[in-house]
Design a binder for this molecule. Structure first.
Ligand code: SF4
Length: 365
């Protein structure tokens, strides 16, 4: 399994931030919305990094910056070591061929007046990867790669199901032979069985072509089967990043713990223990002081309200932005009666005791 390091990095994001200016209470007022706040990560060739967090945490804005749809306010994006801000327009156009985006709802990005064949042929022709003589064969090849048939080339997007449209979107992205695909919630609008098919398709394409993915998702359960590493975002910040195995086995940040405890239990008949975060994410227009998670965190102490926690590395490849994560990781083992789901149950017990001690900040199901 690949791991990102300086020698093998395809993409590096360094201190990336994005602020939007939005209308205030009065027409003449403008307010600053900090959507992404100083995030850094890297992706190796053939690697999947999942960016996970609730709606509004800034993960889609981060993805849009990587594909050039949104300009960063500050920070750097390096592709194969080259800062894309320093590239000429011709070089940047070539770069955008290598970094493609798959949308949650591909229907919105597919011209309804074009046939599927035309939609897939268009990017290959635009980037000179096929000509009018070879493009039909290329379209046929791409349809086959995503599990569609040649007969589908003459149909229109509205004639397809959600899963098939996502396959068309993937074929369109593959048409320009990308190195990295930003997958923005590509399966969240699909049925569970179709989700699995699309995730399996993405995995097989990765194995075949060595693709890298930035996989954006609001839940941890989907990313489990696709990720090599996971980055958890909260209110514009990365609060935990590390290898998938470490994150799922021992989530360290209280927010990661809550996300994981809230994920559906896959085993039929298994008890569905859930620790549900109370309240909504605070507005990025007026983020909390100190640790941005402190109003919802059952483990918050006075220091959390005044001091921003830095991402600090652990000894298993992860980094965590929490003042208390080492202390919480050393919490006592679970009671024997909770052995059916040790980690989740232990967390649930921690949440219960914390909720009892601190009032109604957190709800337990
Ligand atoms: Fe909770 Fe404090 Fe850690 Fe933030 S720094 S996650 S408030 S314990």
């Amino acid at each position: 399994m690949p791991a990102a390091d300086a020698a093998t990095t395809l993409l590096t994001v360094d201190g990336l931030s994005k602020q939007f200016s939005v209308a205030g209470t009065w027409p003449w007022q403008r307010r600053r919305l900090s959507a992404v706040n100083d995030i850094s990560f890297s992706i190796a060739p053939g690697e999947t990094l999942s960016l996970v967090g609730e709606s509004g945490c800034g993960k889609s804005t981060a993805g849009r910056m990587l594909v050039g749809l949104t300009a960063p306010s500050s920070g750097r994006i390096l592709f194969e070591g080259r800062d894309i801000a320093t590239l000429s327009s011709r070089e940047r156009r070539a770069l955008h061929r290598h970094v493609q985006l798959i949308f949650q709802d591909p229907y919105g990005s597919l011209n309804p007046r074009m046939t599927v064949g035309e939609l897939i042929a268009e990017p290959a022709l635009v980037f000179g990867l096929a000509d009018r003589h070879s493009v039909a064969a290329r379209v046929s090849e791409l349809l086959g790669l995503v599990g569609l048939a040649d007969r589908h080339a003459d149909r229109y997007p509205h004639e397809f199901s959600g899963g098939q449209r996502q396959r068309i979107g993937i074929a369109r992205a593959l048409a320009v032979e990308p190195r990295l695909i930003v997958c923005d919630e590509p399966v969240s609008a699909l049925d569970v069985s179709v989700q699995a098919q699309i995730v399996n398709l993405l995995r097989s394409l990765q194995d075949r072509f060595g693709l890298s993915y930035l996989f954006i998702s609001h839940g941890l359960s989907v990313v489990r089967h696709l990720s090599h590493r996971v980055a958890v975002m909260y209110l514009g910040n990365i609060v935990e990043i590390g290898p998938k195995g470490a994150i799922f086995a021992r989530p360290a940040h209280p927010y990661t713990q809550a996300l994981l405890a809230a994920a559906p239990v896959a085993r039929p008949g298994a008890r569905r223990s859930r620790a549900v975060l109370a309240g909504d994410m605070p507005s990025p227009l007026n983020p909390p002081s100190g640790c941005r998670f402190h109003p919802r965190c059952p483990f918050a102490v006075e220091r959390c309200q005044r001091e921003v926690p830095a991402l600090t590395p652990g000894d298993d490849g992860r980094s965590v932005a929490c003042h208390r994560w080492r202390e919480l990781a050393a919490a006592p083992a679970e009671a024997p009666t909770l052995r059916h789901a040790p980690r989740t149950a232990r967390l649930l017990a921690l949440y219960r005791s914390a909720a009892a001690a601190s009032g109604s900040r957190i709800g337990i199901n």
